[in-house]
Design a protein around this ligand. Structure first.
Ligand code: GDP
Ligand code: IMO
Ligand code: MG
Length: 429
């Protein structure tokens, strides 16, 4: 019963999409368990490059794709992804949980207001949708969207939200509500009709697949330090990207998870506001950003760049129960010499090996660095050749880097990435 979780170990954008795509070859089901269209997961092979926001990243393999209840679904984004896959000749074999919640247009307006300003959100309506889910009174689930009583449900939700709709200027006054209802209903009832064939009981199918010994890959969005409970609160997202989120976000017991693969970039990036102890503030940070193409997949914002942070990775290993690490984007660091790696944090005169996620502590933290020689810059073609020849073909300095990380963390690095494509992944056996 191989249940495998793929989880981000940093602030998101670790290259989970590339890792999930690579592993999907041997999976039967690929299941997204959290987040929404705030995610952007890039999958590349040959000349093809796709960015998935809701669709599980195993889509190109024609596998059974499941969107779990922990996801908040923007129906238009999902329908666009279905179309984009059809354009490349893939008919998505999709199952959408009836328990998942729906991102409505007002969620995006609310998110673009105060929340985007102070937290630097993606403005995709994520926080307001999860807030409604927790509040229960004014939420809309996929089950409502595709069901026969969507109109009644929407009407009662809008009445309940009237004050908020007025406060955000979405409707001017109560008398405008019927018009707004017609508008939203007109658009969303059509989405409901189009998504109806995909809606179903995801927990049943996933548990049955595990019972039958099938391989189920659980794909997390965002990363551990963006987790609502375990991240750098309040600079986090509103869901649980951590491995345990796979159980809650799909409806499988913890005993069904056999492996937890943590994905880490060979350096650290963060998009949006919040603490970042190893951030590089000079032109070296710009160099990494340019070479790594570190611009947000969803919003295009430049990502903040910094050194690899081992206390952060130790924290991630602990919170997620990570059994192996996929280390990506080693190629990007070629020619950056020497390389610094944070091996501990100093806080109030004491050294800590494991990160503290509290913003108030992180303000006072000083990373303790060690330096490694690094390795030379290679062209993409040269990295492609390295990938074909395997781990031993990596420059000596790159192998030293991988082995240093592995030794300091006590967890094996089983996969390394030296380019964006599926073909640029090296498995260590
Ligand atoms: P995700 O959100 O974790 O799936 O990551 P993103 O797709 O947002 O960002 C990762 C970016 O790095 C994408 O543009 C990938 O195509 C790219 N990428 C993935 N692995 C590698 C790698 O090993 N080397 C390089 N140079 N790029 C990579
Ligand atoms: P993937 O799955 C990187 C960040 C936003 C913001 C904070 C809250 O591609 O790794 P939200 O819109 O979720 O309320 O924004 O979280 N953020 C991400 N950063 N990768 C992501 O997803 C992210 N999803 C959200 O930039 O700082
Ligand atoms: Mg991303």
């Amino acid at each position: 019963m191989p249940g495998i979780v793929v989880v981000g170990m940093q602030f998101g954008d670790e290259s989970k999409g590339a890792v999930v795509d690579y592993l999907s070859r041997d999976a039967d089901l690929v299941v997204r368990y959290n987040g929404g269209a705030n995610a952007g997961h890039t999958v590349a092979t040959g000349d093809l490059r796709l960015k998935f926001r809701l669709m599980p990243s195993g889509a190109l393999w024609g596998k059974r794709l499941v969107i779990g209840n922990g996801v908040v679904v923007d129906p238009k984004v999902l329908l666009d992804e279905i179309k984009a896959l059809r354009e490349v000749g893939v008919e998505p074999n999709l199952l959408l949980s009836r328990k998942a919640h729906v991102v409505m247009p007002y969620h995006k307006v609310i998110d673009a207001g105060k929340m985007a300003g102070s937290l630097g959100t993606t403005k995709r309506g994520i926080g307001p949708t999860y807030a409604d889910k927790a509040r229960r009174t004014d939420a809309i689930r996929v089950d409502d969207l595709v069901g026969p009583r969507f109109r009644e449900r929407l009407e009662s939700v809008l009445r309940f939200k009237l004050d908020e709709l007025v406060a955000y200027g979405i409707v001017r006054r109560e008398e405008d509500l019927p018009k707004y209802l017609e508008e939203v209903y007109g658009e969303y009832s059509e989405y409901g009709r189009e998504l109806r064939p995909y809606a179903g009981e995801a927990y049943l199918e996933v548990n049955r697949a595990l019972d039958e010994g099938k391989v189920v890959l659980f794909e997390g969005a965002q990363g551990t330090l963006l987790d609502l409970d375990h991240g750098t609160y309040p600079y986090v997202t509103s869901s649980n990207p951590v491995a345990g989120g796979a159980c809650v976000g799909v409806g499988v017991g913890p005993t069904r998870i056999d492996r937890v693969i943590g994905v880490a970039k060979a350096y650290t990036t963060r998009v949006g506001a919040g603490p970042f102890p190893t951030e590089i503030h000079d032109e070296l940070g710009d160099r990494i950003r340019e070479r790594g193409g570190e611009y947000g997949t969803v919003t295009g914002r430049p990502r903040r760049c910094g050194w690899l942070d081992l206390p952060m990775l130790r924290y991630s290993i602990m919170i997620n129960g990570i059994t192996e690490i996929a280390l990506r984007k080693l190629d990007v660091l070629g020619g950056t010499r020497p390389l610094k790696v944070a091996v501990a944090y100093e806080i109030d005169g004491e050294e800590r090996e494991v990160m503290t996620p509290f913003v108030s502590d992180l303000e006072r933290v000083r990373p303790v660095y060690e330096e490694l020689d690094g390795w030379e810059e290679l062209s993409p073609g040269e990295w492609g050749r390295v990938a074909r020849r395997g781990y031993d073909a990596l420059p000596r300095g790159a192998r030293d880097y991988v082995e240093f990380i592995e030794e300091r963390l006590g967890v094996p690095v089983t996969m390394v990435g030296v380019g964006p494509r599926r073909e640029d992944t090296i498995e260590r056996v």
